[in-house]
Write a protein that binds this ligand. Structure first.
Ligand code: ZN
Length: 108
């Protein structure tokens, strides 16, 4: 069985594949009821393209995605010293609680 992706990844493709306003509206309603933890920009772009193509604006969906993006960023754990979000490139160092840059003295 193929590996499954989380909903917030697959929804962007589903939005792009919509062929009717009513399909897009259904996905929009789903998004309004769903907590989207990441991938907001990709979903928003997909939504804007499909909404233009199908003539269904669904501005509430875009507003909801923007809101959720703000919330997700506010909730994201940050380095207490430089306030940078932890990333794969600059992860939290185990034990120290700082990002790797701050923990090692960093290049910056
Ligand atoms: Zn830091």
């Amino acid at each position: 069985m193929a590996e499954k992706s989380p909903f917030h990844i697959t929804i962007a493709g589903a939005i792009r594949r919509c062929e009717t306003k009513s399909e897009l509206r259904t996905l929009g309603e789903l998004i309004l009821m769903t907590k989207v933890p990441e991938n907001h920009d990709v979903i928003t772009t997909a939504w804007q393209e499909s909404s233009k193509r199908l003539g269904y604006s669904g501005e509430r969906v875009v507003a909801s995605l923007l809101n959720q993006k703000d919330e997700a960023e506010a909730e994201a754990p940050r380095c207490p010293k430089c306030k940078a979000k932890f990333t794969k490139q600059n992860p939290e160092t185990s034990g120290a609680g700082l990002c790797r840059e701050c923990h090692t003295g960093g290049a910056f």
